[in-house]
Ligand binder design. Structure first.
Ligand code: BGC
Length: 859
């Protein structure tokens, strides 16, 4: 056995160091303050809104450039919203969270800062610390966990890394934006009392602010207790600024400002992305005395301070946007994927595969060919490359010829765009001809253009002279059919439409009843499909006419879109038969299944969490004939695997693992890397088992208001008392080695607010492979607690690497009162009760005493 050594956990020690870095940023010279006196009222007001989707305004006269902002932590997106430019693509946030690795996330932050500078952005719009309240949450894939401490500490690590070199970070969305459906409108009405809000949803933020000092924070769209977050004085001024001492800038989410005067008074500094409620309306409010110039100055100072704190990144502001492939960045991406991928089941010695052996492998599933890298929405990005997982696997096997591939069933949600190679304009160019025609002059289009992609996608900005509403788009092409069969033609559009094939109207539809949000993100709502018998080689003249739509509400730009889509006939039964043929002759089958960014995205929630029925059929058919079956799941949210869990031998959760994900997965499958990911959120057996099942998404109350009631209160995820409903618990994940814990010691040191809870435990790698273990410290409440409290709560964690036979003593500590208190709703303060508390680590238990109770507030 190797020598025992002390591990200094990054989760607590670096918190202090991190704050020093952030304070150092704030200590830059104070010249910027003088700018305030040089600004006219109009210029001040200008600085309080955005000037584009990706920039807060500047003032040319004083050489104050705009502040460029960019989404987000899976990859820094280019400043042109519709740009195809690629970027380094990291794993999605649930994968990051499953690493439980503070140092790795800080490293990610540094790489994001580098990417931001390459794109001349001053602020990265993330990380996202929405909570995983319900497994249908559309954006859960881009948020960390159901546990506030894990989410806050990991998000804080990203913030520190991003800000180390002068780029700012903007954690989002403050607070309770844990569902996407109608996020602009719903009200999160607190259930029971304020404890869930404080102990879970706000707690994620207080943990984050304990370990980092982000230059800005983004408010949530929704309301909490009847007031929009972006206009809620209680949240911004009382809690964030006064109680927690937050000094940075507070911005709205995009089109998330809902008032002029109220929002300024509540402390909202910046309206993004355009002046909808500010601009002239704000000037009028000042002129009419509803707001004073002093109130405006306070908000402008926050803007100037942010500018000062991100000064270093302004130096690169004129850099051309570029996307360089850089090995150090890729190593970070790969390490995060390797650390976050979770081995959920491993029976019959199925994994790891022996890379040198002559085992025959049947790799099945579209996702094994078309790598899934990110989820959907603003957290998605265009990766620099995609490596098909099947190819990554072949690369690490001594005999790649023993790998067969079969695509299996379709995994897509919407019909893909018709490929340009099948389309030709009347004058012989690849693609389509598009006419933009005002209703007032139907015979004289205001613009005619050709495009390769059969798609027009506009948001508020239209060709000059086009009347909206009051116009139409005509898209024309000659389509050469690739095969004989009953194929699918589909249209995605913003308004009423007619689709003609060879002069005959074959499909019509009305204006889709969608919000701008749904238009941007949930494309299935814009789609209409029709099946048609077509002949190979025949040319069909296609015309799609889409009318402009009505204007949108809440100041958002009006969409205008028309896309022509096509999918060749395929026989699902035959696809399953082909896959099972491949499986039958192999030693091991690896089936890729789950969801991609078409299912899990910003802008909408999942309707269910079970695997799609066609994927279940595929997995079961393959498992029935395979000697051994490994199921690789791509997902952000947990999947209900009840229909297949007993059929397969091994299950891996591969998340949306970024551009290095396929290599990371191949390394884990073949044992080059020992899996060390641990679930950051409970996997319930079925959707009905989730405590929030009946209260998701928002529903209309008696008065017709969209309301989300957090009825499960504190019983979110592992805090729920019923463990029978759990498929895989929080903090779970298998390894190719074994770890044993011993010698747990717990004590309290120091006094008052400086008192700490100190734990140490010895850990040995008792197996035959090197690997990482995640040490998780849970605290159980005082024996005589006067209120209901969860059986145990995560209070500290760290990740440790051990060679076979190696042993380490891990020491962790945190502030005692943070580890022990609950929110006392009567006193409106935190209460630490005196008494005997418990600590559980890796199956060991110990106790400690708090001799004096305390009421406290703050961070
Ligand atoms: C999202 C934000 C994002 C912003 C800018 C909004 O729709 O909610 O998280 O940062 O768009 O893209």
């Amino acid at each position: 056995m190797s020598a025992v050594c002390e591990v200094q956990p990054s989760t607590t020690v670096t918190a202090v160091e991190a704050l020093e870095v952030n304070v150092a940023m704030a200590k830059q010279d104070n010249d910027f303050r003088e700018l305030l006196s040089e600004l006219t009222l109009e210029e001040k007001v200008r600085l309080l809104s955005g000037e584009s989707f990706t920039a807060a305004a500047g003032v040319k006269r004083l050489n104050i450039p705009p502040i460029k902002v960019a989404d987000s932590t899976s990859g820094v997106r280019p400043s042109q919203h519709d740009s195809d430019m690629t970027t380094a693509c990291f794993p999605n946030t649930t994968c990051l969270a499953s690493t439980w690795d503070v140092d790795a996330l800080e490293d990610l932050g540094e790489k994001l800062a580098k990417q931001a500078k390459m794109k001349s952005a001053q602020v990265v719009l993330g990380p996202n610390i929405n909570m995983h309240r319900d497994p249908r949450g559309g954006r859960n894939f881009e948020a960390f966990s159901e546990d506030p401490l894990l989410a806050g500490h990991l998000a804080g690590a990203v913030v520190r890394g991003v800000q180390r070199h002068g780029v700012g970070s903007c954690p989002k969305h403050f607070v309770c934006n844990d569902s996407e459906y109608m996020r602009h409108y719903y009200d999160v009405a607190q259930s029971v009392d304020g404890r869930p809000l404080r102990e879970i949803y706000l707690a994620a933020w207080s943990h984050l602010l304990r370990v980092s000092d982000p230059v800005s924070i983004m408010m949530a769209y929704n309301m909490v207790d009847g007031t929009y977050c972006s206009a809620q004085n209680d949240l911004i001024e009382r809690i964030l600024r006064k109680s927690w001492g937050y000094k940075g800038l507070v911005m709205s989410d995009w089109f998330g400002t809902r008032s002029t005067v109220e929002a300024v008074k509540a402390g909202l500094d910046l309206e993004m992305p355009f002046p909808v409620h500010r601009g002239p309306k704000l000037i009028n409010a000042i002129k009419s005395g509803e707001l004073t110039e002093a109130e405006i100055d306070e908000r402008v100072m926050k803007h100037l301070e942010l500018r000062n704190r991100t000064r270093e990144s302004h130096a690169d502001a004129d850099a051309e946007e570029y996307s360089e492939i850089d090995e150090a960045t890729n190593q970070t991406a790969r390490k995060l994927a390797e650390g976050g991928i979770i081995l959920l089941k491993n029976e019959n010695a199925t994994l790891p595969l022996d890379a040198g052996a002559s085992t025959r492998l049947a790799v099945i599933g579209e996702f094994a060919r078309d790598a899934v890298v990110t989820g959907g929405g603003s957290a998605s990005c265009n990766p620099q490359y995609r490596i098909p997982p099947v190819e990554a696997l072949k690369d690490v096997l001594s005999d790649p010829s023993r790998v067969s591939f079969s695509a299996g069933v379709k995994t897509r949600r919407v019909i893909p765009l018709a490929p340009a190679s099948l389309l030709q304009t009347a004058d012989g160019h690849a693609g389509v001809e598009i006419k933009y025609i005002n209703d007032s002059s139907p015979d004289s289009p205001i613009l005619v253009e050709r495009r390769e992609k059969p798609s027009v996608w506009m948001m508020g900005e239209f060709p000059k002279g086009l009347t909206v509403p009051g116009s139409r788009i005509e898209l024309k092409t000659n389509f050469t059919c690739p095969s004989t069969g009953t194929h699918t033609l589909a249209v995605r559009r913003s308004g009423a439409f007619q689709l003609y094939v060879s002069g005959k109207e074959i499909l019509t539809g009305s204006q889709p009843d969608v919000t701008t949000e749904q238009f941007i993100f949930n494309h299935i709502l814009l789609e209409s499909r029709v099946q048609m018998d077509m002949q190979e080689g025949a040319v069909y003249e296609i015309k799609l006419v889409v009318q402009s739509r009505d204007k949108m509400t809440i100041g958002e730009p009006t969409p205008y879109a028309a896309s022509l889509c096509f999918e060749e006939f395929y026989d699902e039964e035959q696809a399953v038969i082909e896959a099972t043929e491949a499986a039958r002759t192999a030693d091991t089958s690896i089936v890729f299944a789950g969801r991609d960014g078409q299912y899990e995205s910003e802008g909408y929630d999942l309707g269910e969490i079970a695997l799609p029925a066609n994927q279940v059929a595929l997995v079961r058919a393959v498992a029935a004939v395979s000697k051994r079956t490994i199921l690789v799941l791509h997902c952000g949210n947990p999947i209900d695997v009840s229909a297949v869990v007993d059929d397969v031998d091994a299950i891996i959760c591969a998340h949306f693992p970024g551009q290095e994900g396929s290599r990371a997965l191949a390394a884990i499958l073949t044992g080059k890397v020992n899996p060390s990911g641990r679930t950051a959120t409970t996997w319930w057996k079925t959707l009905k088992d989730a405590p929030s099942f009946g209260d998701f998404p928002a529903q209309k109350d008696e008065e017709g208001n969209l309301t989300l009631k957090y009825q499960e209160g504190l019983q979110v995820g592992y805090r729920h008392p019923n463990k029978d409903r759990v498929q895989w618990p929080f903090g779970y994940g298998l390894s190719y080695t074994t770890f044993e814990y011993s010698d747990l010691k717990v004590s309290v040191s120091g006094a008052g607010s400086a008192a700490t809870l100190d734990c140490s435990v010895t850990l040995i790698n008792s197996g035959s492979r090197a690997g990482h273990e995640v040490v998780q410290v849970f605290v159980t409440p005082a024996e005589e607690t006067s209120v209901w409290r969860p059986e145990q709560e995560l209070r500290m964690f760290t990740k440790v690497f051990l060679s076979p036979g190696e042993s380490k003593t891990v020491s962790l500590k945190d502030v005692l009162r943070v580890a022990c208190s609950y929110w006392d709703e009567t006193e409106k303060q935190w209460r630490m009760e005196e008494g005997s508390y418990g600590v559980c680590v890796g199956g060991l238990h110990s106790t400690f005493s708090v001799s004096e109770g305390e009421l406290w507030d703050g961070l």
